[in-house]
Ligand binder design. Structure first.
Ligand SMILES: Cc1cc2nc3c(=O)[nH]c(=O)nc-3n(C[C@H](O)[C@H](O)[C@H](O)COP(=O)(O)OP(=O)(O)OC[C@H]3O[C@@H](n4cnc5c(N)ncnc54)[C@H](O)[C@@H]3O)c2cc1C
Length: 472
């Protein structure tokens, strides 16, 4: 921290994004990067706090004040080494992490936080451009073979770390391509998929084998999996979507969010000539009045896709109260991460969000949905809602997407066949990453419930250490 008054002299610059009205016409990345000079300037705002709350808030324990200082002096080579020391895939977190580090930045108490995410993203992009990110295969092999089931960020990180220490690693993935939710949930507008392919190519050159279209528990029996490997890491995500039991749920035109997002991501891949399973067109927002139920990341990504498809209109109903202008509800004060963003990229492009709206049921004609019936509510959690008397209303809709979260990993097939024990929320019980079954470990959303990419990478890394200790 060369200039101890940097944070007083330099204002936070807005993170660049393409104009909403332009970007909504395509699927290309919406984010941009500031020029190098400006980023170095921004890095000088870091106060190098005695207690770096940013470092503590980051599930990866990223050494943020250290690389902020390296960024300030333009030592990008050392900055990327520092970044890679704690994070295998900074290109994903630098782009779409909701940045708990920034919410915990001490400046955020009464100023704008340091733009940590932009600095991270610039550092890794620059490192790729300079050719500094190259395969680093292990010098020796241990003779041990580990199976990683699932190629989302948790599986990718576990595979990378286990390969690094010399184990042979095979990643089994039931989808046609790697990345998990980063590929099939997150739209290209947030994360273009070539970025995942670029990283996978490096992992392959380091010696990791990826096998796609293999659903373990169905295409590959668990007995075979166990017999062929010395250890198994379950990184299968939290894939069971929470549904809403309500009148009209079985009408045509009512879908869970993930089948819609899978279809849209496959459609984009197909239209760009990338290999993808054929995307069925029956769940389409084109020309439709779309209502999205649920205001989290998944709901926002539904809005973004529906707008790009040319929906007639898009309305998002969020049961939570309006986000205060400060961006924080009283129960998430600094340094806790805010629960909802005041604005999100999708709503800047179009559509409308209404807070404090609880859906009661759906009505239809001829078996197809025509209206969403809802009411206004107050209360800070979905468990403590108070309806506002006489506030019921009905909205026209011919596509309804339910995006109200995930309940946990799929039990049928792989997990039940292995005889895995669950915690009280239905996640894989693996307190210290080892499951109830000898030689089987778990990481990521499957273990902790639906979370974030940064958490999944951290999970994969920590799990790998436990597997490594067990194998040695
Ligand atoms: C729509 C959406 C948007 C999101 N946006 C963001 C965001 O902007 N920022 C952020 O930080 N986080 C975001 N998240 C959350 C983030 O994507 C997840 O927390 C993260 O991907 C979890 O990683 P994971 O590796 O544990 O599981 P997943 O990414 O779910 O990967 C699990 C993998 O296991 C595979 N699999 C499952 N069962 C089997 C089997 N039996 N055999 C073989 N393979 C199997 C699946 O096909 C999948 O590829 C978003 C999530 C969603 C749904």
């Amino acid at each position: 921290m060369a200039n101890p008054r940097g944070f007083l002299e330099v204002r936070r610059a807005p993170a660049p994004e393409r104009p909403p009205q332009e970007r909504v016409r395509d699927y290309a990345e919406i984010y941009g990067t500031l020029p190098e000079d400006e980023l170095r300037h921004q890095a000088s705002r870091c106060m190098d706090c005695g207690v770096p709350f940013c470092n503590n808030a980051c599930p990866l324990g990223n050494l943020i004040p250290d690389w902020n200082d390296l960024a300030r002096v333009g030592d990008w080579r050392r900055a990327i080494d520092q970044l890679h020391a704690t994070n295998n895939f900074p290109e994903f977190t630098g782009l779409i992490c909701p940045a708990p580090c920034e919410s915990a930045c001490v400046l955020d108490i009464d100023d704008d936080p340091v733009m940590i995410k932009q600095i991270e993203y610039w550092t890794i992009n620059h490192a790729f451009e300079q050719g500094w990110v190259v395969p680093e295969p292990p010098e020796t092999r241990t003779g041990r073979h580990v199976a990683v089931v699932g190629s989302g960020p948790a599986g990718m990180a576990a595979a990378a770390e286990l390969n690094k220490v010399g184990h042979r690693v095979t990643v089994y993935e039931r989808d046609e391509a790697p990345g998990g939710m980063m590929r099939f949930g997150v739209p290209d507008a947030k994360l273009e998929k070539w970025m995942i392919d670029r990283r996978i190519a490096i992992l392959e050159q380091e010696g990791i084998e990826f096998r796609y279209n293999v659903e373990v528990g169905r295409d590959l029996p668990v007995e075979r999996l166990r017999a062929d490997h010395d250890a198994v890491v379950l990184a299968i995500g939290s894939r069971v979507e929470r549904d809403l039991e309500m009148p009209g749920r079985d009408l045509d035109g009512v879908h869970l969010a993930m089948p819609y997002l899978y279809a849209r991501n496959r459609w984009v891949a197909e239209s760009q000539g990338r290999p993808a399973k054929h995307a069925p067109r029956e769940i389409s927002a084109a020309g439709r009045r779309v209502v999205v139920i649920g205001g989290g990341d998944t709901g926002m990504d539904c809005v973004s896709n529906a707008l790009r498809e040319g929906a007639e209109d898009v309305l998002l109903l969020d049961v939570y109260p309006e986000v205060p202008a400060s961006g924080r509800y009283p129960n998430t004060p600094w340094p806790v991460q805010p629960r909802r963003l005041v604005t999100t990229y999708a709503l800047e492009e179009g559509g409308e969000r209404r807070f404090g709206r609880q859906v009661l049921g759906l009505e239809g004609t001829g078996g197809r949905v025509s209206h969403v019936v809802a009411r206004e509510v107050t209360g800070e959690s979905s468990r403590s809602l108070t309806p506002i008397e006489g506030s019921e209303f009905a909205i026209e809709a011919d596509l309804v997407l339910i995006a109200v979260g995930f309940t946990g990993p799929e039990h049928a097939g792989l997990l039940d066949d292995l005889g895995i024990a669950y915690d009280r929320r239905g996640n894989v019980r693996a307190g210290s990453y080892a499951t109830s079954v000898d030689g089987v470990f778990a990481a990521g959303d499957a273990r902790v419930g639906a979370s974030l990419i940064v958490t999944a990478i951290a999970e994969g890394r920590r799990c790998a250490r436990v597997v490594e200790a067990a194998l040695r």
